[in-house]
Ligand binder design. Structure first.
Ligand code: AKB
Length: 340
């Protein structure tokens, strides 16, 4: 018989590393981790198996699925917003074709296991598209169905994959004889900018927030690539992981949607810089906006309304801005770079 596992794609990424740690702390010892990059050594010991490989490699999946039965997918692999703009077609292949392949694999697994398979998908604030700064300021926090006119390849990819997930969950094989088969339980979270104390993101456009703090802790000057008044929503990494795990565990009958906003605090880049300087008074942070990346963040809303998640499955972040900085980021980042 095949061993039942939880698959994490994008396992070497920021969310992947934090998720492996959190799940294994909870006693999940059957993680199959997949990434094109190697997963850091200490995390490998927490997994059943770690595979370096591509989500687009179907013969790799054929091999893995002869050995393992996947009862839950955490599909985290993606090319983020800035990187995707440099290679939009490659991003489409990874972000969309990769997701479609995994949805098909999830159907296969559900048929083998004789039960619905959970498919957890991190979506993003990038699915929104505000037409101009005046509208962005006037609208404030957006709800899930509002302003979904993304201007980036990554945002288009995430929005479409949410819809593919809903299709596979509710309508796949809808013309087949007999009752509609519901193979997949698709659940997506629209994350705002994420900030981790332990890892740095690569290829995103919200990266300026974690970068300015990590640079300050290393005594490195930081040139922030967006204007000081740029406002976006943010979430500390432990809350992002909590949201993923809580949504995965939420009883299906309580969910009214496949897609949920989650967020914690909305701050300008200038406010984040001021917070950083109060912890690291010598921090050298300057603002030199890159107009193309600025345009991308200007198209994202100042905040996300996460009322649906709060009502349906009791979501509430543990870390507001103060706790994020004082209890999570500053002590852990200081320890990471050995600053006393
Ligand atoms: C990015 O900047 O691309 C990501 C995101 C908004 O999902 N952090």
């Amino acid at each position: 018989m095949r061993k039942e596992v939880v698959l994490i794609t994008g396992a070497a990424g920021e969310i992947g590393q934090a998720l492996i740690t959190a799940l294994s702390d909870k006693g999940v010892n059957n993680i199959l981790a997949l990434d094109v990059k190697p997963v850091p050594r200490p995390l490998r010991e927490r997994c059943e198996q770690v595979v370096v490989g591509d989500i687009l490699d179907s013969s790799l999946f054929d091999r893995l699925l002869s050995e393992y039965a996947i009862s839950c997918f955490y599909h985290l692999a993606a090319l983020l917003s800035t990187r995707a703009e440099f290679m939009p077609e490659a991003a489409h292949r990874v972000n969309v074709e990769g997701t479609l392949n995994l949805l098909r694999r999830a159907v296969e697994q559900a048929i083998w296991l004789g039960e619905r398979v959970k498919f957890m998908f991190p979506s993003s604030v990038a699915v929104y598209g505000m037409p101009d700064l005046a509208t962005k300021a006037a609208v404030g926090a957006v709800r899930e169905h509002q302003w979904t006119e993304p201007i980036t390849m990554y945002g288009c990819n995430k929005l479409y994959c949410e819809r593919l997930g809903r299709y596979y969950a509710d309508y796949y094989q809808q013309l087949a004889a007999g009752p509609d088969p519901h193979y997949i339980d698709f659940r997506a979270l629209r994350f705002p900018g994420l900030i981790s104390a332990f890892t740095m993101p690569t290829g995103g456009t919200t990266d300026y927030a974690p970068e300015m703090i990590h640079y300050a802790a290393q005594d490195r000057p930081y040139r922030c690539f967006v204007r000081e008044d740029t406002r976006l929503p943010f979430l500390a990494m432990p809350d992002a992981i909590k949201a993923l795990i809580e949504l995965e565990c939420a009883p299906a009958e309580r969910l009214t949607s496949h897609v949920y906003n989650v967020t914690s605090f909305s701050r300008t880049a200038g406010e984040l810089a001021a917070r950083t300087k109060s912890a690291f008074p010598d921090a050298n942070i300057t603002f030199a906006p890159d107009l193309s990346r600025q345009r991308i963040v200007d198209s994202w809303p100042v905040d996300q309304d996460d009322g649906r998640a709060r009502t349906d499955w009791g979501w509430a972040p543990d870390y507001d801005e103060t706790r994020t900085f004082e209890e999570y980021l500053i002590p852990n980042i200081r320890a990471k770079y050995n600053q006393l």
